[in-house]
Ligand binder design. Structure first.
Ligand SMILES: [Zn+2]
Length: 65
């Protein structure tokens, strides 16, 4: 996931290119787990679904007796 602004000078980055067009700083082209909610939203959704499934299973198991 590419950053949208230069980390060095704050200029808006173009969609292509490995360097900032203003200051020449190297643009990181692949940042794993970019710390934003949009990046990890899918994993969070999976975790919430998993926890809900576990809760439903536990509740049904308790009420089964
Ligand atoms: Zn820059």
């Amino acid at each position: 996931m590419r950053p949208t602004v230069c980390y060095s000078c704050g200029a808006d980055l173009e969609e292509t290119g490995e360097h900032c067009h203003r200051c020449g700083a190297v643009v990181p082209t692949n940042i794993p787990n970019y710390p934003r909610f949009g990046g990890g939203g899918f994993i969070v959704t999976i975790w919430i679904l998993f926890l809900v499934l576990v809760a439903v299973y536990v509740i049904s198991w308790i009420s089964m007796d």
